[in-house]
Design a protein around this ligand. Structure first.
Ligand SMILES: [Zn+2]
Length: 194
């Protein structure tokens, strides 16, 4: 399930290869020069974030193979992808088989313990309450989110489990990376079911 391309995280994604300006590639998300917009929506993101979110998107697309809602997640540790998961709720008949849960379980196995430290979790859709809870429990230091989930998101949309001051861990959260692409995948899925 691991992406081999995670071994070369500095590689420029093919879709960004055509941008020829001196600006970092993240200033050209979706082929649009957002340097003309204010404020710069990507100020929170590191150059590698887009690469890893694209891997999460690729993971999300795999959920379509078994009729699951396309949500994907990867866990990056020490600059390498150590775990990846996509939504397998229908495939497994398991209400907990969300992308983040699948990826966190794998990451914990790779790291040989429940603490997923020194890691970043990339997920295409804002985590639900269960997954946000698992992220807190796993002590994940940073979460990068694609598109928001206004109906169930627990990173600020419905609840904000990830920023709850009464819990003993609060990850850094950066939202909105490749949001349109993450949302379009979901839209296409739901449109195809109508
Ligand atoms: Zn979830």
């Amino acid at each position: 399930m691991l992406e081999k391309s995670g071994a070369t995280p500095a590689a420029t994604p093919p879709t960004a290869a055509k941008t020829s300006s001196e600006y970092p590639k993240l200033l050209h998300m979706n082929g649009t020069d957002i340097t003309t917009q204010t404020p710069p929506v990507d100020a929170r993101f590191f150059p590698r974030d887009e690469h890893f979110m694209r891997l999460a998107l690729r993971e999300a697309a795999r959920a379509l193979d078994h009729g699951d809602i396309p949500v994907g997640a990867v866990v990056v540790h020490g600059g390498e992808v150590i775990a990846a998961g996509h939504n397998e709720r229908e495939l497994r008949g398991d209400p907990t088989a969300h992308a983040e849960m699948v990826a966190l379980r794998e990451a914990a196995r790779v790291l040989d313990g429940w603490r997923v430290l020194d890691s970043v979790l990339y997920v295409t859709l804002e985590p639900c309450a269960m997954c946000a809870g698992a992220i807190v429990l796993a002590r994940v230091p940073r979460v990068v989110i694609g598109t928001a989930d206004p109906k169930a998101g627990a990173a600020g949309s419905v609840l904000n489990v990830l920023a709850e001051p009464r819990l003993n861990h609060r990850p850094a959260v950066d939202s909105g990376l490749l949001a349109d692409e993450c949302a379009n995948l979901l839209r296409a899925f739901f449109a195809s079911r109508r």
